[in-house]
Design a protein around this ligand. Sequence first.
Ligand SMILES: C[S@@+](CC[C@H](N)C(=O)[O-])C[C@H]1O[C@@H](n2cnc3c(N)ncnc32)[C@H](O)[C@@H]1O
Length: 292
Amino acid sequence: MFQEFSPKVVFSEETFRRFQKVLQEKKSLDIYSYEDKCIKRRIAVRIRARECRSPEEYLKLLAREKEELELLFNVLTINVSQFFRNPEIFAQIKNLVFPEILSSMRRERNRSILSLGCATGEEPYSLAIILLENFSFRLRDITVRIEGIDLDAECLKQAREALYRPEQLTDVAPRTKNRYFIREGESYRLVDEVKKFVRFKQGDVFRDRIADYANYFDLIVCRNVLIYFTRQEHERVLAKFEEALKEGGFLVLGKSESLLGRTRHTFKAISLRESIYQKKYKEKRRKKRKLT
Ligand SMILES: C[S@@+](CC[C@H](N)C(=O)[O-])C[C@H]1O[C@@H](n2cnc3c(N)ncnc32)[C@H](O)[C@@H]1O
């Protein structure tokens, strides 16, 4: 799906120390205690997003723009994911989104779901668990593929490994935990029955295509990713989602994220509180649907 991965951003030791100093002085963020490789990867996210040619160019921008410093701070203090994070959103996906996506009214046999910014895999795997627990009868006739995409190759390695610490399973019901996880020492390993639904790929939502062609996905889940972007970048990403979604396809954003720009007209809200939206059908199709 993604064509290529962005070129590597290279930091000189001196430049990296300047980043450490700025963050310490301006945001009291002590990044000295973090792993350098991880911090550099996260700073590179913002360097690419702002289309800077080097870390030095980005440092200059950082000195000029307060908003950018905030965004970088958010990226560096990124949260790890969890299974069924914000369980009420997953309840709505189960009750409102999946019944429609899996409806026999839809002609195609395949359904495609994208979890963008999937981190260590809990989000796409949670979707697969909901499918198995509630819609197994539909899975006999329909093939569902879930794609998990993230910029961070390290996260994806963990996602494929599918071995989780107990705190990442806090919102998993005991029955589900027993059914789909196997205890390995202190950790829990997800079973293959769930894993087989999900394929992981590395990609950058800004630089890469998110679908092979327009009208591809039935559902895009992109939660707690857009908060790291400026308003303009946020709009650019939403426009990509609109193109990649089928008519009538669903978009789920994070709790504090919402539609911007033209997508406010091309989507309708299914649940504003949970940031669930549906791409509107084109006029002609809607009339046709009404007639039949
Ligand atoms: C806070 S995590 C969200 C995880 C999950 N969606 C959730 O809500 O639990 C944000 C993820 O977005 C990824 N990310 C940030 N910028 C990205 C980009 N430009 N393209 C793809 N993924 C990106 C980060 O690597 C990180 O894993």
